[in-house]
Design a protein around this ligand. Structure first.
Ligand SMILES: [Zn+2]
Ligand SMILES: [Zn+2]
Ligand SMILES: [Zn+2]
Length: 208
């Protein structure tokens, strides 16, 4: 009965899903959603699903994809904090007034030769009118030739090529210098990787 009802109208289905994803996002990260909505910014309806996925899913990466030879399986992450403060450190100096929410590093440990790797993901508020988007266009940064955003399937800019990632990013993420790399998609989702310092070392520095 429900199946018949839900198939009578694709349109209704779509609306229902959007409402559900929107509610999901608000329940999951109320403060962040409120901020993403403030000062004239808004999230396009169709992007709630992408945002919902971003909140709970670490997309991993495939060999020969976004991050060279690193291959990491994607997986659900049930608890992730997203931080504006950490986001600030990831933005280029000219873009400090932009707002970027970035997740804790999702730690993929003991990968042999590659050591410990952290994956992070996030979203830039009002990306379409952000400084960072303007800068990427000014610098004529190229899109990745094949890979698409795992959350919304849009094209991705690599911020490592134009050297737009500051050293403070690696300090903030407990990562090795210059190991931080990230991409921004056309909808403002970010996707990044860094080589994490050994756990004992980073704990020492935190206690200082
Ligand atoms: Zn239907
Ligand atoms: Zn992960
Ligand atoms: Zn995206």
């Amino acid at each position: 009965m429900i199946a018949i009802f839900s198939c009578t109208c694709k349109w209704f289905d779509e609306i229902a899903k959007r409402v559900l994803w929107k509610e999901f996002c608000h329940a999951r990260a109320p403060k962040m959603m409120q901020d993403l909505h403030s000062s004239g910014s808004h999230i396009v309806d169709g992007n709630w699903k992408a945002l919902g996925k971003l909140l709970i899913y670490c997309s991993g990466c495939t060999k020969g994809g976004l991050f060279g030879n690193t291959h990491l399986p994607g997986h659900f992450v049930y608890r992730t904090r997203f931080s504006r403060t950490v986001g600030k450190c990831l933005l280029p100096p000219q873009c400090r007034t932009d707002v970027l929410y970035v997740s804790d590093s999702c730690e993929h440990l003991d990968l042999g030769a590659e050591g410990d790797v952290g994956l992070f993901r996030g979203i830039i508020k009002s990306f379409s009118v952000s400084n960072i988007k303007r800068l990427l266009i000014e610098k004529q940064v190229k899109f990745h030739p094949e890979e698409l955003c795992p959350y919304c399937k849009a094209k991705l800019w690599n911020l490592k090529q134009p050297k737009m990632i500051r050293r403070s990013a690696s300090v903030r993420l407990d990562a090795y210098d210059d190991s931080v790399e990230y991409y921004v998609c056309l909808n403002g989702h970010i996707l990044g990787l860094c080589a994490l310092m050994p756990i004992s070392d980073s704990e020492d520095t935190k206690e200082e």
